[in-house]
Design a protein around this ligand. Structure first.
Ligand code: CAA
Length: 240
């Protein structure tokens, strides 16, 4: 049995691509999902990957959910903090609820899930954590003070936890995707999206497997000197 990898939000979008990529590479993959039972059922049927439902923004639900996975499947050695949502809107129209929902789901989730696995990783002296950031956390985006803050927070979270994990064989890295063909990006108004695609030098949206390849590289057993890094994959839209 390959190392056990948990992908949050792992049944759709970038998470789905990552779950499948990890499975094809020999990992024992478990996907988490938050709400869409129908998509999760279809995903498991298609891929054979079990899907566990819990809300990553809820600290207690995460601790319970991860305990359940560890009891039923085994210790989580690879954690991909991928789950995320958008609640776009300019500041004047953004409510506290929309701000908070995105911060809790996209950023506090990284704390909640990492907290549930870190003791085991330290004890076993091995762990791989990859956090999915965003070009919009690096560059900012009109209408996304919530999302950009959460994703930018992920990049800080990654570096701080990398320092703490280094002595224990735990690497913590991030991937910062650009605009990838997912339901999330398809929800951007068509005219706005067209303008965004015009600003991508490679001339297309990304694909989930463009991101999954980087995750696979980061979690490899022999990739143990790379930690606290962010790999940007955005078709040249933003370079820094
Ligand atoms: N820069 C400057 N001005 C802008 C602008 C921009 N990027 N976008 C819009 N504006 C201006 C408009 O021109 C308009 O100006 P006027 O009032 O003078 O005409 C004003 O702002 C209001 O614009 P809208 O009518 O579009 O405002 P809205 O409230 O209806 O919608 C919005 C605002 C929700 C932010 C909408 O523009 C939008 O959805 N933008 C896309 C946001 C986006 O990229 N989200 C990414 C989602 S995918 C994702 O996040 C994944 C990932 O990691 C990459």
């Amino acid at each position: 049995m390959g190392r056990i990898a948990l992908v949050t939000g792992g049944t759709r979008g970038i998470g789905e691509g990552t779950s499948i990529g990890l499975k094809e590479a020999g990992y024992t993959v478990v996907a988490n999902y938050g709400g869409n039972d129908e998509a999760a059922r279809a995903f498991t049927e298609r891929t054979g990957i079990p899907a566990y439902k819990f809300d990553v923004s809820d600290f207690d639900a995460v601790q319970d959910g991860i305990r359940r996975i560890e009891a039923e499947i085994g210790p989580i050695e690879v954690l991909i903090n991928n789950a995320g949502i958008t609640r776009d809107g300019v500041m004047q129209k953004m409510t506290f609820e929309r701000w908070n929902e995105v911060l809790q789901t996209n950023l506090s989730s990284c704390f909640n899930c990492s907290k549930a696995v870190i003791d085991g990783m330290r004890a076993r002296k091995f762990g791989r954590i990859v956090n999915i950031g965003s070009v919009n956390g690096q560059a900012g985006q009109y209408g996304q003070v919530n999302y950009a803050s959460a994703k930018s927070g992920i990049h800080g979270f990654t570096k701080a936890l990398a320092l703490e994990g280094a002595r224990y064989g735990i690497t913590v890295n991030a991937v910062a995707p650009g605009y990838v063909e997912t339901e999330m990006v398809r929800a951007v108004p068509e005219d706005v999206l067209q303008k965004i695609v015009k600003g991508i030098p490679v001339g297309r949206l990304g694909r989930a497997d463009d991101i999954a390849r980087a995750v696979l590289f980061l979690v490899a057993d022999n990739n143990d000197f790379m930690t606290g890094s962010t790999i940007s994959i955005n078709g040249g839209q933003h370079m820094y």
